[in-house]
Ligand binder design. Sequence first.
Ligand code: ZN
Ligand code: ZN
Length: 370
Amino acid sequence: MAGVEEDVVAWRRHLHRHPEVSFEEHETSAFVAQTLAELGVEVSRPTETSVLGRLRGDGDGPVVALRADIDALPIQEESGVDFASERPGAMHACGHDGHTAMLLGAAKTLAADGVPRGEVRFIFQHGEELAPGGARDMIAAGVMEGVDFVYGCHLWTPLEYGKVAAVPGDWMAAADFFEITITGRGGHAGLPHTAVDTVACAAELVGSLQHIVARRIDPLQPAVVTIGSIHAGDAPNVIPGEARLTGTARSFDPDVRSLIPKLIEEIGHGVSAAHGASFELRFVYGYKPVVNDPVATELVRSVVRDELVEPDPIMGGDDFSAYLAEAPGCYAFVGAGGPFPHHHPRFVIDERALAIGTRLHVDVANKVLG
Ligand SMILES: [Zn+2]
Ligand SMILES: [Zn+2]
């Protein structure tokens, strides 16, 4: 696999230089489609910016789907690597360039070795980073029809290089998104009593919303409510008439998941009313939790060598959960130990992890095909 490992690094660096954000992966998907075709893999395009590769064996047998997400993030890269993004405002800051390259490497290896029976499907999915996500488009286009086993992996820098996590049961949280609009009355900053101050209201609301997790949800149930953006006003001497906040909620338990928007409504209306402002919530259910099938996970664990570790579940989300609703499977994490978290402008991975991720795709596919 030595030649393949070099290809994977080269492909990853090419993709890193040319990132495309969610649902705009035109060059990326064209590159994947062309590379797969050159490898002798049957190629189709389930959606405009995604790719499906297929290797079919001669005899009947199981169908195993391997999935990589291919999109980048709207972040200006500051990593300083010499293959940094050449596209202003876009960056592979989550490692999806590595996911794409590893799955291409697996396709190259499996195409060279040949698939004895059954089928291996290579799902190169667009739009993982932006709800409602690309997975549901892929499934609607039929990529999971007849699939017996689905596997994917995420490079993960909090996990050190050389470690692999394949955890049965709850693994990644449900990821939901919301937008809040507080409407008051604009006015002169020196005459606050003649206005309804949306900045003061928003500030108090951000603090009050933290009481959802701290005071309103069972402390033994994991939950997160994060306000990720807050926009109001343009000048120091003007009270803005409107404030807009966006955020995300994370949970595992379905009751907790449905309780969070109700509590945001309740607290939002209460705090806003106390300021004489009005409150509006738009809440969008995003990705279901990633819950790994125990039997499928045991199969994945059987091909992991001495790298296996047992971390706690994480509150990040992934639309890999949509595939898990269609077939038993497992979403693994491959340690890529770097100093910065995912989605950081200086995000880097330990590229040695690419070889482990590539090998796991191949070994899982071969194990399922038996
Ligand atoms: Zn991400
Ligand atoms: Zn990611």
